[in-house]
Design a protein around this ligand. Structure first.
Ligand SMILES: [Ca+2]
Length: 379
């Protein structure tokens, strides 16, 4: 009987809890696999190459995956540790684009966990996960970008503000950067797939407690908090576009079952999820710089930092009550009552981020308090 309310949320925001765990013996596992272009065939026909697709452009250039997991006891039958580390490096060619001298992007993923047996039926787990991504690649115009200073001439752009009305007190001047129209010929528009100085860092702490069924009660409680540092809009093509930002999020969930007196089983599920961090965005049109004798392609610009705003945090409580009634060996019934969103929360999410009449209109609002009754009759 898995009702809609019986789902356990994913409390760790960036990483799932790792299924493995420490044991009473020190144990480990090392894993590696790789391939390179010499180990792969070629399959793009001449006719397709004649049509403008670069030879070998769908091939794996390099792939290298290695990981190690180790764990063991700190105190036998009481306290264990478990560590995990993975490094992944991968470079895949792409049709239409020439790899410049490219460094394969790579990621590190490391975690350390501790498990403690608190009693015969209650276990506690805590952990820390760190993930990085470096040498990332992008489909990019290096000759007309933030990297070579093509967009170096400042000009003023009016942000009409949260009210989206020009000429009110929340208007603000924003400095954007354009390329002189007269110099356009000096900045080539060639697109390539290349390394860009884009990277990401994720840190998550997790804590969970689980109680196996005993004394008519079982439950699990878990939560996580994450810090993210990355480029929310990808690596900027020009200096007006957003760069690297810090953001945070967290989640918490609790669920359990309790066999109440006189038979009904109660299964409450409580969930809490932080709202998503976001910046108010300004959509700058392709002609914004024209009057200044400058070129700036249509760009999304941030009016404030990526962690300046947060969508609403969501708290949600659902409860299922069920009761079995046995008539004979073969004939029985199961009655249930589901209560969704008991506090009648109206939290919204998927807010419109672009400055304008729709900012910050929600794309989704939690469904109101809902009761559902049901029965299963088995014969
Ligand atoms: Ca305004």
């Amino acid at each position: 009987m898995q009702g809609q309310s019986a789902e356990m949320p994913n409390p760790g925001v960036q990483s799932q809890f790792i299924a493995k765990s420490g044991g009473n013996q020190f144990r480990g596992e090392y894993y590696v696999d790789f391939n390179n272009n010499a180990m792969q065939g070629s399959n793009i026909p001449e006719a397709v190459i004649a049509g403008g697709i670069r030879p070998h452009s769908n091939e794996m250039e390099r792939y290298f995956d290695t990981s190690i997991n180790v764990g063991g006891p700190i105190k036998k039958d009481k306290l264990w540790w478990f560590g995990t580390y993975r490094r992944l490096k991968t470079a895949v060619e792409q049709p239409q684009f020439q790899f410049d001298k490219i460094t394969p992007p790579y990621s590190h993923d490391a975690g350390i966990f501790f498990e403690r047996q608190l009693s015969e039926t209650i276990g506690l787990r805590t952990g820390f996960v760190y993930k990085t991504e470096d040498d990332l690649i992008a489909n990019y115009q290096p000759g007309r970008s933030i990297l070579n200073g093509a967009f170096s001439v400042p000009f003023t752009f009016v942000d009409v503000g949260v009210d989206a009305v020009r000429g009110t007190s929340d208007d603000r001047n924003v400095t954007l950067y354009g390329m002189p129209t007269t110099q356009a010929a000096s900045f080539p528009t060639d697109r390539v797939v290349m390394n860009v100085p884009r990277y990401s860092r994720f840190k998550t702490v997790q804590l969970s407690v689980r109680k196996r069924y005993s004394n008519k009660l079982s439950f699990q409680i878990g939560g996580g908090y994450s810090w993210t540092t990355d480029f929310p809009q990808g690596f900027p093509a020009n200096p007006s576009q957003p760069g690297v930002y810090d953001r945070t999020d967290w989640g918490f969930g609790a669920s359990g079952t309790y066999d109440a007196p006189y038979g009904p089983r109660l299964s409450p599920v409580f969930r809490h999820q932080s709202g998503v961090n976001f910046a108010r965005q300004i959509s700058v049109g392709a002609t914004a710089a024209t009057a200044f004798g400058l070129i700036l392609p249509a760009s999304i610009v941030y009016a404030d930092p990526a962690n300046a705003n947060r969508e609403e945090n969501i708290w949600l409580l659902d409860v299922r009550a069920e009761r079995s009634v046995t008539f004979t060996d073969r004939v029985r019934a199961q009655l249930f009552l589901d209560l969704f969103n008991i506090t009648n929360s109206h939290k919204s999410e998927l807010l419109t981020r672009t400055t304008g009449a729709n900012y910050p209109r929600p794309g989704n609002i939690l469904a109101p308090f809902t009761t559902r009754v049901g029965m299963r009759f088995v014969f």
